[in-house]
Design a protein around this ligand. Structure first.
Ligand SMILES: [Fe+2]
Length: 346
């Protein structure tokens, strides 16, 4: 089950072109393309006649011609031509999904179209701040249900074992986690004081010696993670303290789009408050993050298989509070989209 009334990332902007591109999102088969004027379009990828995917047809101007019998559909999903027929039934159409370009990504609304514009897309802080920069980011498919990814991104402890050579330092094993519910998600965070700078971050930190480090892992509904990493000189960090001027701040944006119940498309990039315009830093971040996420990819696929095939019960631990809280609230939101029929009066 998925939350339908939400914006998901369908693709990077540059992936949506004048070529028909089939994608699967929340189990739905969708065709993406761009109009001549540059607007992204998302339509149900099945001709209503014989259900051939429209992505196997051709773009004709701003319309798609089915590759089986030449029916044509416009960008709103309405049929505009049936070869050999003079009348086009009103009901002959494919579903049109609201889409929007923002932050270099094409976002898609998977629910009730009339509700799309009342729901804003998540805001990316510092997007237009010249003192900040971003790296290119990446995409991967993880062979697991998206909730295993949200579990992972609400779990700052896993870096100690999954990312030993990059994101981990000795404090990552023991320091307790604070968990909080926000209006639009769940936050798991902790300050680790007077610790080593973890290997991946050493190349980006501009001060010497040990550090205070914040891990702030937030997942917002439906499945967008904002992971804030802060490194400041040891002794200057901590909750509610102003940020030291030497602080390295890296905000990792992670957008998970369920392909179906067993696969998740994962889009990401990072924003940083240092080395604006330095391409070599962007590349180092891209390379390091991709390597670390590949470690998660292996673990999460195996966890999915482990749960699918479990023969004994699993135990939850204290570190699972944030992931479980997120799952519970997500289940409530999904249930609210499917109101139970009112029992007939006796
Ligand atoms: Fe990870």
């Amino acid at each position: 089950m998925f939350l339908r009334n939400a914006w998901y990332v369908a693709a990077w902007d540059h992936e949506v072109t004048r070529t028909l591109q089939p994608v699967q999102i929340l189990g739905d088969h969708i065709v993406l393309y761009r109009t001549n004027a540059g607007a992204p379009v998302a339509l149900e990828d099945a001709c209503p006649h014989r259900k051939l995917p429209l992505s196997m047809g051709r773009i004709k101007g701003d319309e798609i011609e089915c590759g089986y019998h030449g029916l044509v559909f416009n960008s709103a999903g309405r049929c505009t031509r049936i070869p050999g027929a003079t009348k086009i039934p009103r009901a002959l159409c494919v579903r049109n999904y609201p889409v929007m370009s923002r932050y270099g990504l094409v976002w898609i609304w998977m629910g009730e179209a009339s509700q799309a514009h009342a729901s804003p897309i998540l805001e990316i802080e510092h997007w237009n701040d010249p003192a900040w920069d971003k790296n290119r980011g990446g995409t991967m498919t993880v062979d697991c249900n998206y909730l295993y990814v949200t579990d992972n991104l609400l779990d700052p402890t896993h870096v100690a074992w999954v990312h030993c050579s990059s994101f981990a330092s000795e404090a990552c094993e023991e320091e307790p986690i604070d968990v909080a519910a926000s209006a639009d998600g769940v936050v798991a965070s902790r300050w680790m004081c007077d610790v080593e700078v973890a290997p991946f971050y050493r190349q980006f930190v501009t001060f010497e010696g040990r550090c205070d480090r914040l891990q702030r892992y937030e997942v917002r509904f439906p499945s967008h993670a904002v992971i804030k990493a802060v490194f400041v000189p040891a002794g200057t960090g901590g909750r509610d303290k102003p940020l030291d001027e030497k602080a390295l701040v890296m905000d990792s944006y992670n957008f998970m789009t369920p392909i179906d119940e067993n696969r998740t498309k994962y889009f990401w990039f990072q924003m940083r408050n240092r080395f604006a315009g330095d391409e070599s830093v962007s590349k180092a971040m891209d390379d390091g993050v991709r390597e670390a996420f590949a470690e998660d990819q292996v673990v999460l696929a195996a966890v999915h298989r482990g749960f699918a095939n479990k023969v004994t019960r699993n135990f939850d631990l204290a570190i699972d509070r944030a992931p479980l809280l997120f799952r519970r609230r997500m289940a409530e939101l999904i249930e609210a989209e499917h109101p139970k029929p009112v029992e007939a009066a006796r």
